[in-house]
Design a protein around this ligand. Structure first.
Ligand code: NAI
Ligand code: MG
Length: 794
């Protein structure tokens, strides 16, 4: 070609990164790997192995041990043995270990970047500039939390031995997101990488050992889904941290239900990318490139739903198609690439099938007319438009380089369309009007929102989803808490059975006051008769009828949830307003203190002074949350960009609360007050044996300016009503206190919409002790942190 022809075309030649060091490392291991357990490689106990392939060529790359039950057991034992000493190290010593690992990642950055690109098929430009530096950054950041643990998390201890299961889309980075916080805070780890991409986890284990990490602190067991399942089921595991498909996340939620294993799930997404007509169009087009063609679109938070304001849609899509023509797809080691290979043939087929179905359902399709390498799993950058919001390509995670475009007219419509998804991981908003962008950001149901940007990550800013995108956060202070447990509840004992009183024959007992009224349910700010028109008598411990309450059923729960949903303005009320109402409730309760104390005494048979103490503590607790309402606020992170990330604790929405049987008034106040202080609306099932304090309490609410629907009270069976709450898809979270069976049911039945469950596993704690019964332990569970990234500059 002549020089002038080069100038006409301005095309790049290939610029391949050398892979000698990576291939030598593979050769050194004879391309065959065992598990990494207790500081050394060991083969699988049953001799079973499986291969992994190079996505870009389809050639076999290496063989791995398939983890058996015995392998998993060996790894868990090694982790258990190491955990005590690891947790006892001073924070500074653990910080030194994490720092050494961070330095090791940096020193071997090139090797890691090349191995990752070969193994996963992603461009080396991305592994070199994003995956590996961010992995190192996570170890630096968490070295800091180890250093600060004794002061910043003094009231918490490590969870123990953690099982971690990760996907193939960011193999080393997902490892770093999980291993760094776990180790920093005194836990030990058994990690199972994804079967397609085990290499960098094993290389990492080798490097960590060389950096002096004690044996057993980090163990890697390779294998497929069944090995992951063995880890989930292992009784020696205290916590499971999972990233992957929503389908497997659900299975794990169900299998761990009631076990007391702590759980975090980082699952799928269908994140909106919203472009308003006043956006910087060229910036937004580049944004789409990063949102959906980064990592071949195999990104949980990929901006896969492109929502464009109607007026600019034709122009925007035309520019986007033009930009697609200049994308480069090729061999991952070419340094001038936009896209590499899809991780495996099975994923390629899945993408093809979904796109075909979308087209059958009426979508129009444009695919970049560019050269694809021969062999290997490659897919063209693809744009679908004229897509109905109900089409499979608009609702399902495609997990490939496919943008799906729809239009909207008004900001309200954009918000509605954006939130019309069972997922809620991330979102991206493009507008030059800062007021509009932040207004929309606040209304989006997502754990992360990027304003005029996309796919930004930092170890200091938590990452994680809402709704079926899972629960828990990775990174930041909120992520650190996921690897800790409160000391306050550590010694809680299984709750003693509350004896069910038997009805006594009270004929002729003229001293006993007769039942004069039946307490109704409290729904939407009004007293309501139970749907089934049944009542249940409430007995004193001696077996005397002291009152009657409505027998609530599933329909009553549905009505109460609907009332709570329509009280959404409470979530938008100012913190000052919420605080004022909490103080007012406390004041009105104080005015009726004697009456409430007497009621507690007659229900429970406790002494007058103990009953009075419970009322006093309830009044104080209402004040506590009135105090916190305008103080439990967020943080401003300064991630490495020109801009800020606002960490905002947000209400979860509608929360079901099953109150513990003991402490009829204080149990309810301790759970409901932190929730409403943070802007949630609740449907609560009061103490099953002693519900009369709750039905009295709503007469306090009626005089306290609390808007109708913010607190709804349904009396009846804790188990039956709890089940109705757990399986209701418009309930966002469930707090369930009572029997161990109730906890198991709550965690199992909540799997439908993956609601957050806060439960005591049948252990009782002392509500009278403020360390156990109030404060940030509850406020953190009443909220989810949303990180809103706002870059600035002209
Ligand atoms: P997957 O959820 O099956 O795999 C993720 C990890 O879980 C792997 O390590 C796997 O071995 C393990 N696993 C599988 N079954 C398990 C079980 N029963 N118990 C414990 N561990 C188990 O995801 P897969 O099959 O690789 O991809 C399928 C789809 O899932 C993708 O097309 C994508 O839509 C979604 N996905 C989403 C990810 C995300 O980051 N949001 C990551 C990976 C997949
Ligand atoms: Mg799978």
């Amino acid at each position: 070609m002549s020089v002038s022809a080069y100038f006409d075309q301005m095309s790049y030649g290939p610029a391949p990164e050398a892979d000698t060091e990576a291939r030598n490392w593979l050769k050194h291991h004879h391309s065959t790997f065992g598990h990494f357990i207790n500081g050394a490689f060991r083969p699988s106990t049953w001799g079973k192995t499986f291969p992994a392939f190079e996505p870009a060529t389809g050639k076999e790359l290496a063989m791995f041990a398939a983890g058996s039950a015995e392998d998993v057991d060996g790894a868990v034992s090694a982790a258990r043995k190491a955990q005590g000493a690891w947790a006892k190290l001073p924070g500074h010593q653990r910080a030194r270990h994490l720092y050494a690992i961070a330095r090791m990642i940096q020193r071997h950055g090139r090797l890691l970047a090349v191995v990752e690109a070969i193994d996963n098929g992603k461009p080396v430009r991305e592994t070199r500039d994003i995956d590996i530096p961010l992995a190192a950054r996570h170890f630096y950041h968490h070295a800091g939390w180890a250093q600060l643990q004794e002061t910043e998390f003094a009231d918490h201890t490590p969870v123990g031995v953690v099982g971690q299961i990760i996907p193939w889309n960011f193999p080393l980075l997902m490892l770093a997101w999980k291993v760094a916080p776990a180790l920093a805070l005194g836990n030990t780890v058994v990690l199972k990488p994804a079967e397609f991409t085990s290499l960098t986890a094993l290389l990492f284990a080798e490097l960590a050992a060389a950096a002096g990490l004690p044996p057993g602190v980090l163990n890697i067991v390779t294998g497929e889904g069944d090995t992951g399942a063995l880890l989930v089921d292992h009784p020696g595991i205290d916590k499971i941290a999972f990233t992957g498909s929503t389908e497997v996340g659900r299975v794990i939620r169900q299998k761990t239900a009631g076990s007391g294993k702590s759980l975090t799930l980082e699952l799928g997404g269908k994140s909106p990318f919203i472009v308003f007509d006043d956006a910087d169009i060229d910036g937004a087009v580049e944004g789409v490139v990063d949102a959906i063609w980064f990592n071949q679109g195999q990104v949980c938070c990929a901006g896969s739903r492109l929502l464009v304001q109607e007026g600019i849609a034709p122009k925007f899509l035309a520019r986007l198609r033009r930009r697609m023509q200049t994308l480069r797809v090729g061999q991952p080691l070419d340094k001038c690439l936009d896209m590499g290979a899809i991780v495996a043939p099975v994923q390629l087929k899945r993408i093809e099938a979904l796109v075909n179905q979308g087209v059958e359902e009426g979508a129009e399709i444009y695919q970049a007319e560019i050269d694809l390498p021969k062999g290997g799993s490659f897919y063209r950058p693809t744009l679908l438009w004229n897509v109905q919001p109900t089409s499979i390509v608009a609702t399902e995670e495609i997990f490939g380089p496919v943008a799906v475009a729809m239009t909207f007219r008004t900001p309200d419509e954009a918000i509605q369309l954006a939130n019309h998804s069972r997922y809620g991981l991330a979102a991206s908003v493009w507008s030059e009007t800062i007021g509009l962008a932040l207004h929309v950001a606040a209304k989006l149901s997502a754990g992360v929102v990027w304003v005029n940007a996309t796919n930004l990550f930092d170890a200091a800013a938590g990452f994680g989803g809402k709704k079926e995108s899972g629960f828990g956060r990775e990174g930041g202070r909120e992520g650190a808490y996921e690897y800790l447990k409160p000391k306050a509840w550590a010694n809680a004992k299984p709750r003693a059975e509350i004896a069910v009183p038997q009805l006594k024959n009270t004929t002729g007992d003229f001293a006993a006051p007769l039942v004069d009224r039946t307490a109704k349910l409290y729904v939407g700010g009004k007293q309501a008769r139970p749907d089934g028109n049944y009542n249940r008598p409430i007995l004193s411990p001696k077996g005397k009828v002291i009152g009657e309450v409505g027998e609530g059923n599933r329909k009553d729960i549905r009505n109460a949830v609907a009332a709570a949903q329509s009280a959404a303005s409470w979530t938008g009320a100012t913190a000052h307003n919420r605080a004022q109402i909490l103080y007012y409730i406390a004041e009105n309760l104080a005015a009726r203190e004697e009456e409430f104390a007497a009621r507690i005494a007659v229900q429970t048979g406790r002494s007058a002074s103990s009953a009075k103490a419970e009322v006093d503590m309830s009044i104080s607790r209402l004040f506590t949350y009135g105090a916190w309402a305008d103080k439990f606020d967020g943080q401003v992170h300064t991630p490495p960009l020109r801009g800020v990330a606002l960490a905002l604790p947000e209400a979860q929405g509608v929360v079901g609360v099953v109150c513990p049987p003991e402490a009829p008034l204080l149990g309810l106040v301790s759970l409901v007050a932190p929730l409403i202080a943070m802007g949630n609306r609740v449907v609560t099932v009061p103490s099953e044996p002693h519900p009369l304090s709750a039905t009295d309490f709503y007469t306090v609410l009626e005089t306290s300016d609390l808007p109708g629907g913010v607190i709804n009270i349904v009396t009846g069976s804790a188990m039956e009503l709890g089940k109705a709450l757990a399986s209701h898809n418009d309930v966002d979270a469930l707090w369930a206190f009572g029997s161990a069976e109730l906890s198991t049911m709550a965690e199992k039945a909540s799997v439908g919409n993956l609601k957050r469950v806060f439960t005591d596993y049948g252990k009782a704690w002392d509500w009278m002790d403020p360390a156990q019964g109030e404060g940030s332990l509850y406020l953190r569970r009443a909220t989810d942190v949303k990180n809103v990234w706002i870059p600035y500059g002209e």
